[in-house]
Design a binder for this molecule. Structure first.
Ligand code: F6P
Length: 318
């Protein structure tokens, strides 16, 4: 019987649980023995495996977070740490490892591959920063959440005739800010991929109030700056009452959206199909609504994927 282990690593994201469930149930249906590794690569080093049956993954599809828990492991980045992890995998007779996570986790998966372990990457991060996939698991849920929170802020900003500067997560990728900004009809979006013009932003915000607007919303991706700084600069230049809000980890929680549940189920299911097709050492994703895969090298060598045309859509509609 072939053995497969699943781990979640890096920042958690909504839909990780449904991906674990999908790999587990598809694996069991195809006579695999399935294991979960607790706390990501840390758990590989600590030999922290749990056996997964169909019951262990029931009631998980719609739950946020990751029931296997996640961590960022510095030890795994060292040759010694990797050697212990590989030894543990070999001792347990694990044939395949599925890593659910973002960029750093993919690098861990590639390291395992270099040691001869057959690995798969499932893109699990709210940041949507993995190339060669249109989406990452959790991005859609976060986008919906941020859009809702921006709406809440608009209500109170409007009552008080204020400018709201809202900081979103995303690390070095501006996709959460950009898409939530378009979905919310905000006045300015600052993303790391495009140099911001703070003078113009402040002038546009001021002009909006002069035309009779009762509020203004500016979204800042964390990779482009911080909300306090931007709020201060806008206040200094416009004289308007300005408030900064950092959305923080609230963006990463909650039940996954239907899209993320279906997407993660398709990805997990596809891993087991790929094993049967003799494919391994790849990261999966979705392109044009098809589940596709690329080698880790191809993914790392691909360019940052933010869609500049989408920014143009925002600029033309603001
Ligand atoms: O990568 C996901 C992410 O939420 C980023 O958007 C953010 O910069 C980071 O993780 C926060 O990390 P932590 O949860 O360790 O504070």
């Amino acid at each position: 019987m072939k053995k497969i282990a699943i781990l979640t690593s890096g920042g958690d994201s909504q839909g990780m649980n449904s991906a674990i469930r999908a790999v587990t149930r598809s694996g069991l249906a195809n006579n695999f023995e399935v294991y979960g590794v607790r706390r990501g690569f840390k758990g590989l080093i600590k030999n922290d495996f749990i056996k997964l049956g169909t019951k262990e993954v029931s009631d998980k599809l719609y739950r946020g977070g990751t029931f296997l828990q996640s961590a960022r492991s510095e030890t795994f980045k060292t040759p010694e740490g990797q050697a212990v992890a590989v030894e543990n995998l070999k001792a347990k007779g694990i044939d395949y490892v599925v890593v659910i996570g973002g960029d750093g986790s993919y690098r861990g998966a590639q390291a395992l591959k270099r040691h001869g372990i057959k690995t798969f990457g499932i893109p699990g991060t709210i940041d949507n920063d993995i190339p060669l996939t249109d989406f990452t698991i959790g991005f859609d849920t976060t986008l919906n959440l941020v859009t809702e929170l921006v709406g809440n802020l608009r209500d109170t900003m409007s009552s008080h005739e204020r400018v709201s500067v809202i900081e979103t997560m995303g690390r070095n990728c501006g996709d959460i800010a950009l898409q939530a900004g378009i979905a919310s009809g905000v006045d300015a979006i600052l993303i790391p991929e495009i140099e911001p013009d703070i003078e113009k932003i402040a002038a546009d915000v001021k002009a909006g109030f002069d035309r009779g607007k009762s509020h203004s919303i500016v979204i800042v991706a964390e990779g482009a700056g911080n909300a306090d700084d931007v709020a201060k600069k806008i206040k200094e230049r416009s004289g308007l009452d300005t408030r900064a809000t950092v959305l923080g980890h609230i963006q990463r929680g909650g039940s996954p959206s239907s899209f993320d549940r279906v997407f993660s189920s398709r990805l997990g299911h596809r891993v087991i199909e790929l094993i049967q097709e003799g494919v391994e050492g790849v990261g999966l994703g979705m392109e044009h609504n098809q589940i596709t895969y690329h080698t880790f090298e191809e993914i790392f060598n691909a360019k940052n994927k933010i869609d500049k045309k989408l920014y143009q859509v925002f600029e033309d509609l603001v």
